[in-house]
Design a protein around this ligand. Structure first.
Ligand code: ZN
Length: 413
């Protein structure tokens, strides 16, 4: 794929020289980039493109590209997906950035039926405009957060593992101890590379954990933490779907011999903790599938609400519901969270007790009290648009809920 992108870029650069600087150019050769351009009709200002599935075998929907030389033009972007007639644009259209990815707005096109295409009128003199299926979160976003928090209340980055492509993956530890003195909390996100909302929520969690607030201090005193912000770091940086990648993705790799170094390292930590009495809380932050606008303003699909994925193990499922009730009570993020949006085991797609994801795997270990996947929609939570700010606020509220949960009696009766 890199060859294709490089070839395409070479072509587009060449064509702009040959045909003048005002020709529309599309580029996806940057961290998180993902697009295959089929054709650009310069006269009609229409770009035909599709998402790049790479090693994801079923259909999936992540894409992210930059458009150049579109200032003053109304450009139509048409997704040409030959595999499935499914929607590829979420409830509020594409996320758009005109400042190099610093800020993002949902285009929110009025025509909600045109879910495989959108039009964008760029201001005169617009430079590069970036469009993405969702508000992206890359390793550079994490680094910006880490720079802000470096040394604050014990925040420090430590080596976690080398990725298959040779990147140094990292983790964050709090109160690391060879013997169990406090409850233990394991947090992760990006088992599925494209699921950026999970990263914002996890960053928000860490913002509370390392803050000067009373809750932050209490959280640091209450537990030991092991946090892995980017389980599929290569996939995040390469702009992969990550979900359902062949032969299986990171969240199906909690098997005897994991194929991904990050999963092997996560398993090693969890098994070490199991020997020392177990991991009390495991939260794995994800994004669900494509969300949608509710037709009646009252009903919301499972992909348009924040929810916990119910465990097969009934006691852990009960703990998930207890945690959900606490979170509903403390959530002031602006993104609605209803404990009743819990997806119990046996409902919708949540019917396989043998999946080899982190939350399921951790639920089988001795000493686990609460183990859950935590899903935050890409664009709409009960009709409210996601933003960097409200997703991070949600993470802060998850941290506050965890503090209450840790301080509640073990059986929570
Ligand atoms: Zn996921």
């Amino acid at each position: 794929m890199k060859y294709f992108v490089a070839f395409f870029c070479a072509c587009s650069c060449l064509s702009s020289v040959l045909m003048g600087e005002d020709k529309i150019e599309i580029n996806s050769d940057y961290p998180g980039g993902n697009a295959i351009v089929e054709k650009i009709d310069q006269e009609k200002a229409t770009v035909y493109l599709r998402q790049d599935l790479r090693d994801t075998k079923p259909w999936w929907f992540y894409w992210n590209f930059k458009a150049k030389n579109i200032g003053g033009k109304t450009v139509k972007f048409k997704f040409v997906d030959k595999t499935k007639p499914w929607r590829i644009i979420d409830a509020f259209g594409p996320a758009v950035s005109t400042d190099g990815g610093k800020t993002w707005k949902w285009l929110n096109p009025p025509d909600t039926k045109a879910v495989n295409e959108f039009s964008y009128t760029a201001p005169e003199g617009a430079g590069v405009v970036q469009f993405s299926y969702c508000i992206p979160y890359l390793f550079s976003d994490f680094e910006a957060f880490a720079k802000e928090f470096e040394g604050r209340n014990g925040f420090a980055i430590e080596p976690f593992c080398k990725t298959r492509e040779g990147r140094q993956n990292i983790c964050i530890k709090v109160n690391e101890s060879p013997v169990k003195k406090k409850p233990r909390v394991f947090l992760a996100s990006r088992h599925h590379a494209c699921e950026a909302t999970g990263s914002y929520v996890l960053e928000g969690f860490m913002r509370e954990l390392f803050s000067d607030s009373a809750e932050g201090k209490a959280l640091r005193e209450a537990a030991e933490y092991f946090i892995v912000p980017m389980m599929d770091l290569d996939g995040v940086e390469n702009g992969d779907q990550g979900k359902d990648r062949f032969p299986h993705d990171h969240n199906r790799d909690y098997i005897d011999k994991p194929i991904y170094p990050s999963v092997a390292a996560a398993k090693k930590k969890l098994l070490e903790w199991e020997k020392q009495g177990g991991t009390d809380v495991i939260i794995d932050f994800h994004s669900p599938s494509i969300g949608s606008k509710s037709k009646d303003g009252k009903t919301f699909s499972v992909n348009s609400v924040v929810f916990l994925v119910g465990q097969f193990n009934s006691e852990i499922s009960r703990q998930q519901e207890i945690f959900g009730d606490i979170l509903e009570g403390v959530n002031k993020s602006g993104l609605p969270f209803l404990a009743s949006d819990f997806l119990p085991f046996g409902k919708s797609w949540n019917k396989d007790p043998h999946t080899t994801g982190l939350a399921n795997y951790a639920a089988t270990l001795k000493g686990t009290r609460l183990s859950t996947s935590f899903e935050t929609p890409y664009a709409t939570c009960r009709g409210v648009q996601t933003s960097k700010e409200n997703m991070k606020e949600l993470g802060r509220c998850v941290a506050k809920a965890l503090l209450k949960y840790l301080n509640s009696p073990e059986d929570n009766k």
